[in-house]
Ligand binder design. Structure first.
Ligand code: HEC
Length: 138
């Protein structure tokens, strides 16, 4: 009787082992960057929001004569993403680390635009949100 009890325990343990080892493979663990905004609310429009910021603050210097980066409406998107001297200036995983944001904050010297007024925190946040959302040419 004692022996039989042990056998039952072993069988139970082995069954549990087999069952747990067969647990469904859940695939790789994907670590997503933390998005500090509710990005489901609305999409930031490049032409409607970002370009006007460039028109107001940047194109006086960042025109066709600028050696690195032309921010005029007809070319700014392709310059930022593909063609500018140090493109891409954008980063959808870590926008804070993008060349554009680093210049707007002055983390990468000198701050852009060089003279005040600088781009506001709220506008910098919106540019970052645009990058998080995949920096569409929308
Ligand atoms: C008064 C002129 C002036 C204004 C206004 C200005 N910039 Fe610049 N910017 C420059 C000059 C000159 C350089 C190149 C020298 C340097 O890297 O500091 C530059 C460099 C940059 C670079 C780095 C380019 C590279 O490939 O290294 C970025 C990005 C940039 N500017 C973004 C901006 C943005 C965005 C604005 C507007 C919000 C702006 N700048 C406004 C003059 C200006």
């Amino acid at each position: 009787m004692k022996f039989y009890g042990k056998t039952v325990t072993y069988i139970a343990l082995i069954t549990i082992l087999i069952l747990t080892s067969c647990e469904k493979d859940k695939g790789p663990i994907i670590i997503r960057p933390e998005i500090p905004y509710d990005s489901t609310v609305y999409m930031i429009s490049y032409s409607g929001y970002i370009q006007p910021l460039f028109n107001e603050n940047c194109v006086g210097c960042h025109n066709a004569a600028h050696p690195f980066l032309n921010l005029h409406a007809s070319v700014s998107y392709s310059e930022l993403v593909y063609n500018g001297e140090n493109a891409p200036y954008v980063d959808n995983i870590d926008p804070e680390n993008s060349l554009l944001i680093q210049r707007l904050r002055g983390v990468e010297w000198p701050i852009m635009p060089p003279n005040p007024p600088h781009v506001s925190e709220a506008d910098i946040d919106s540019i970052k949100l645009w990058m998080y959302q995949g920096y569409f040419d929308n």
